[in-house]
Design a protein around this ligand. Structure first.
Ligand code: PMV
Length: 332
């Protein structure tokens, strides 16, 4: 099935012509706690496994859309013009093509992100979620959160989880058209939870998550274990969150991330997002845990680590890892 068929089904005759002249929307980034790794449909970004994430209320992307009379979309990223021939611009334009009939108009897109782009901090997630929210406003579609999640997913899988705040769960679904594959907010808050961003590198990742997923599925002998691991971790995580059982939560998050990276490391050629500083920080965390300090990490498709701990450890961690940017996902 083609993305266009899904868009047509969801828009169901809603306008695709000038309704408002401009619209601005913000979407938060999300950090996966039980990862999405592998697609059952690469055109619709349908995942093999369900996943669970936490959104970072103040970190993400703000996008402003206006119509323009150029022959192509004009894109600005953090105030700088983007080369229309770049992969970034082409991917964005292909996505926008889904929302214009016969390319009758183009957009001026101003997108600003307060997170490093393509460094494994889920910038594409907030990027495509912000874009779909801005389109929804521009054309005054008034789509539901579920529909917005499905449309955002067509841009980048993990964007499905950036429409809602807090803990969000993205159902893998089984339908071929993916209408049952969307994310929804879980009814839990965790005021004491802290997330530390350990920025190791802002450089663009060496291999995109899209390519890395494909390479892992095709070549890693361990990939067959991954859906089982995710299916096992997801309910453990949900229970840990519901019961605020931080140890169970942290153990599951870290083990899930390491299992995903183990699949990547055993791909051919191997995919290694670890930098020497990533591993050094992992050792620091394990050393702290040996001293009974409950702190865990997760890592996505990039060298940066996201640390998870509770408010009571905040001052100690500021001393141990001074560069850490500490966020309170439920208080910011
Ligand atoms: O949505 P993508 O194609 O950027 O893939 C995201 C993959 C991970 O960040 C590694 C995991 C996840 O669930 O977000």
């Amino acid at each position: 099935m083609k993305p266009q068929a899904i868009v047509n089904q969801i828009l169901d005759g809603r306008p695709l012509h000038h309704v408002r002249s401009t619209a601005t929307a913000f979407a938060p980034t999300n950090i996966a706690l039980c990862k999405y790794w592998g697609k059952r449909d690469e055109f619709l970004n349908l995942p093999i496994n369900s996943s669970l994430s936490i959104t970072l209320p103040n970190k993400g992307t703000t996008t402003t859309l206006t119509f323009c009379d150029q022959s192509h979309d004009v894109i600005f990223l953090n105030q700088a013009p983007v080369d229309p021939a770049s992969t970034f611009a082409k991917r964005l334009a292909t996505f926008l093509d889904l929302f214009r009939t016969e390319k009758q108009f183009h957009f001026e897109v101003h997108t600003t992100s307060n997170i490093p782009i393509a460094a494994g901090l889920a910038s594409s997630a907030s990027g495509y979620a912000a874009l779909i929210l801005a389109l929804d406003q521009l054309f005054e579609w008034h789509l539901s959160k579920k529909e917005l999640s499905i449309l955002a997913r067509l841009g980048s899988g993990s964007a499905a989880r950036s429409i809602e705040m807090g803990f969000t769960k993205w159902y893998a679904g089984i339908a071929a058209d993916g209408m049952d594959s969307f994310a929804e907010q879980l009814p839990y808050q965790w005021a004491e939870l802290r997330l530390g961003l350990a920025l190791i590198s802002e450089e663009t990742k060496s291999i995109s998550s899209r390519k890395a997923m494909q390479q892992t599925i095709e070549t890693s002998p361990f990939y067959t274990l991954w859906p089982q691991k995710a299916a096992q971790d997801l309910p453990l995580l949900e229970t840990a969150i519901a019961q605020k059982d931080f140890i169970q939560f942290g153990e599951t998050v870290e083990s899930n991330a390491l299992a995903m990276h183990a699949c990547m490391l055993t791909a051919t050629p191997p995919i290694c997002y670890f930098e020497p500083q990533t591993i050094a920080l992992m050792h620091t965390i394990w050393r702290l845990r040996k001293k009974n300090i409950p702190i865990y990490f997760t890592e996505d498709a990039g060298p940066n680590l996201k640390l998870l701990f509770l408010a009571e450890q905040e001052s100690l961690l500021r001393k141990e890892i001074p560069s850490l940017e500490i966020l309170s996902p439920f208080e910011d």
